[in-house]
Design a protein around this ligand. Structure first.
Ligand code: GLN
Length: 275
C-alpha cells in the first residue's frame, strides 16, 4: 500500500512539475489531473484508480445489461479483479470487433467478453490465464429440417448467422475444405441476439455461437433448439495490451487467488446452475 501511495505521489509530483512549466498541453492545474493520467501513459494502469474493461454486453450469461447496469460472469469476475488491484471497474459496452484494437491502443485496459484465445488474436494482444471454457454450438428452429451437425452444408442451400468477428464467424466463414461453410453462406450480425432474431424470422437457417449464450437465447425465445454435439471447444481469457506486462501479471495474480479460493467457480455457478 505504501509503495502504491508513493507511486501516486510521484505521479502527482511529475504532473505538477509539467503543469507549472506550462508544457502540459493546455491544462491548468490539478483539476485536470485525472484527464492527464487518462491520456498519458495508458500502458501503466496500475497507477490509475480506474480499470477500464471493454465488453459487448449482449452475451448472456457472461455480460448483459440489466436496466442501466451491467451483469454477468465477466462483469463480476472483473469487479473482483479490480477490487484486488485496488481499482474501480469501469465498463465500456462496444462492438465485439473493436475490443482487441481498443485494448491494443490503450483505450481500454482489459477486454473481457467471453473472449476466446486464438493464435490470430495473440498476434495483437496478450491473454491472461483462462478462467472459463466455451463451446461453439449450433442453434436452429425446433421444427427445422436440420437435425444434426451432419446436416449442415456449405453448398448454398442454407445460411448461417453469426456475431461478426467472433470465433463462430471465423470458423463458419472459412472454406469448406477447412471445415467452414464458405463466407458467402454466412450472414454477420452485430450481436448474437441479432443473429438469433434473424433465425426466428427465417433470414438464416442456423446460428453458430458459444454454448452458454446459446442456452440463454433458447430459453428466452420459444421454438429454438440446440443441435447435439460440440462444434469447437475454446478457452476464455482477458485481453491485455502486449506492452502492459505489469497489468498482465497483476491480473493473473488476482485470477489465481480468485480461482484458488473458489470465487470464480461460485460466480460461474451462480449464472450457470448445474443441470
Ligand atoms: N467466444 C467467442 C469469441 O471469442 C464469442 C465472444 C462474444 O461473442 N462475446 O469470438
Amino acid at each position: 500500500m505504501k509503495k502504491f501511495l508513493a507511486l501516486v505521489l510521484a505521479a502527482l509530483m511529475v504532473f505538477a512539475f509539467v503543469a507549472c512549466n506550462g508544457t502540459g498541453k493546455d491544462n491548468n492545474g490539478a483539476s485536470n489531473a485525472s484527464d492527464t493520467s487518462d491520456t498519458s501513459d495508458t500502458s501503466d494502469t496500475t497507477e490509475k484508480a480506474t480499470l477500464i474493461m471493454a465488453t459487448n454486453a449482449a452475451f448472456p450469461p457472461y455480460e448483459y445489461k440489466e436496466g442501466e447496469s451491467f451483469a454477468g460472469i465477466d462483469v463480476e469476475i472483473a469487479g473482483k479483479i479490480a477490487e484486488k488491484l485496488g481499482m474501480t471497474l469501469e465498463i465500456k459496452d462496444v462492438e465485439f470487433g473493436s475490443i482487441i484494437g481498443g485494448v491494443q491502443t490503450g483505450k481500454f485496459d482489459i477486454g473481457m467478453a467471453g473472449m476466446t484465445v486464438t493464435d490470430e488474436r495473440l498476434k495483437s494482444v496478450n491473454f491472461s490465464d483462462s478462467y472459463a471454457t466455451g463451446i461453439q454450438v449450433v442453434i436452429v428452429k425446433a421444427d427445422s429440417e436440420i437435425k444434426s451437425l451432419d446436416d449442415l452444408k456449405g453448398d448454398g442451400s442454407m445460411k448461417f448467422g453469426v456475431q461478426q468477428d467472433t470465433t463462430g464467424d471465423i470458423y463458419a466463414s472459412d472454406t469448406i475444405e477447412n471445415g467452414g461453410y464458405g463466407k458467402d453462406n454466412v450472414v454477420r450480425y452485430k450481436t448474437g441476439a441479432d443473429a438469433v432474431q434473424a433465425l426466428k424470422t427465417g433470414k438464416v437457417d442456423a446460428v453458430i455461437i458459444d454454448n452458454e449464450p446459446a442456452k440463454s437465447f433458447v430459453k428466452a425465445n420459444e421454438g429454438l433448439s440446440i443441435l447435439d454435439g460440440d462444434w469447437v471447444k475454446e478457452n476464455y481469457a482477458i485481453a491485455i495490451a502486449k506492452e502492459n506486462t505489469e497489468l498482465l501479471e497483476k491480473v493473473n495474480g488476482a485470477l489465481k487467488e480468485l480461482i484458488a479460493d473458489g470465487t470464480v467457480k461460485a460466480i460461474i455457478d451462480k449464472y450457470i446452475p448445474a443441470e
